[in-house]
Ligand binder design. Structure first.
Ligand SMILES: Nc1ncnc2c1ncn2[C@@H]1O[C@H](COP(=O)(O)OP(=O)(O)O)[C@@H](O)[C@H]1O
Ligand SMILES: [Mg+2]
Length: 368
């Protein structure tokens, strides 16, 4: 669902930014530190309830303000727009509103406003800890399987309880076995959902990557967190004694990973930053494409487009995003990095950011 109106208050240097984005392509240019990334950060906040730049909410709330607010209208094909809003207070409190009503959790926003981010930190998806890749898989599993979140929550709870028990020590094998049934049942459900998702994603990823570059051959392998030959019940049973020794659960879906390999070895070892960015972009675009195929439009945020990408690859990336027919927000320090690609029929709006003030430079279809 594209954003047809966006109001951002007190996010970093954005005291008050209000604008009507294009449902297709939005390009924001401006000098370093002018506030471009902060616009994307605000949209991300509205989808995830958290920033992609910092885990500490106090860093993105504007200095000397008690709270930041992001408010948007989301277009719907058959009905009037939905109003969604998120307010984050300095004391940590978070208020989510949908059509003026308080929502139970930020997950309700994520369902309505799926967002994919491609930014200069993208390589972290390859180089960072497995938890980053688990989050990536789980984002997809969440959007594809309505039972994923309840199963995931229940499994996390069972895992925490089990680890607390193990930390206390002096637990017998038989008592532990009695505790393990929920953990196994829900853990298996989480695992099946992740596995099914990665299977769906893989051919999309391969196709998207081949459109971005012909030079890379990369494959994805899902590691479920334990020996692939065993089911979770067998793995938990085989690991019980060791768990008691260690004082925590050492095997299971909490160790799952998405292994990204080139023909010659680990992606992270062999690829340049630019190539890594292409691989991660392909992963994220493939993820978005799957959702679009289900009739669920989403928003792509591309922060600092020129970073690590040459003109040829920038163009390919933009073309690909454009072909998905979804809403895109691109930032760039250089005004001329994006104005070459768009089709005549694409509604492109160019904005300039200057010291936290956003102004519209040009609007409308690229018809000559
Ligand atoms: N909590 C805050 N309150 C006010 N200003 C902030 C805060 N955090 C960062 N800033 C300022 O806001 C601006 C953020 O810019 P940013 O969005 O990163 O710019 P760009 O992406 O255009 O380079 C910077 O000038 C930074 O100094
Ligand atoms: Mg920036």
């Amino acid at each position: 669902m594209p954003l047809v109106r966006l109001d951002i208050s007190h996010v970093r240097n954005l005291s008050s930014v209000r604008f009507e984005p294009s449902p297709q392509v939005n390009v924001i240019v401006g000098k370093n530190g002018s506030g471009k990334t902060s616009v994307l950060e605000a949209i991300h906040l509205l989808s995830f309830g958290r920033s992609f730049r910092s885990h500490k909410h106090k860093t993105y709330i504007q200095h000397e303000n008690d709270a930041c607010l992001v408010f948007a209208q989301l277009h719907q094909t058959q009905a009037s727009p939905i109003r969604v809003g998120l307010q984050r207070h300095r004391d940590g409190q978070i208020d989510v509103r949908i059509q003026g009503q308080r929502a139970q959790s930020v997950i309700e926003l994520a369902e309505r406003l799926p967002v994919q981010l491609i930014n200069p930190d993208a390589f972290r998806l390859l180089e960072g800890s497995p938890s980053i890749r688990r989050q990536f898989i789980d984002w997809g599993a969440f959007h594809f399987d309505k039972d994923f979140i309840p199963a995931w929550r229940g499994w996390q709870k069972a895992l925490k309880q089990r680890n607390t028990l193990l930390r206390r020590g002096k637990i017998s094998l038989s008592l532990l076995a009695a505790f393990d049934q929920e953990l196994i049942r829900l853990g298996e459900q989480v695992n099946q959902s992740r596995k099914a998702y990665v299977e769906k994603l893989t051919p999309h990823f391969e196709r998207v990557l081949s459109l971005l570059t012909s030079e890379l051959s990369v494959n994805l392998q899902f590691f479920q967190g334990w020996d692939a030959q065993k089911n979770l019940a067998m793995a938990v049973e085989a690991g019980r004694e060791r768990d008691i020794e260690l004082g925590y659960t050492h095997t299971g879906p909490q160790r799952a990973d998405l292994r990204v390999k080139t023909a010659t070895g680990d992606a992270l070892d062999t690829l340049s930053r630019g190539q890594q960015k292409l691989v991660v972009s392909a992963l994220k675009i493939a993820q978005g494409q799957l959702l679009i195929e289900m009739g669920r439009p989403l928003v792509f945020l591309v922060d600092d487009l020129p970073a690590e990408l040459d003109a040829n690859h920038r163009q390919k990336l933009c073309r690909l995003l454009e072909s998905l027919n979804s809403q895109i927000f691109i930032t760039s320090v250089e005004p001329d990095t994006t104005d070459f690609t768009w089709a005549d029929t694409t509604d492109v709006r160019q904005f300039v950011m200057n010291h936290g003030e956003l102004s519209l430079l040009s609007k409308g279809l690229q018809e000559s």
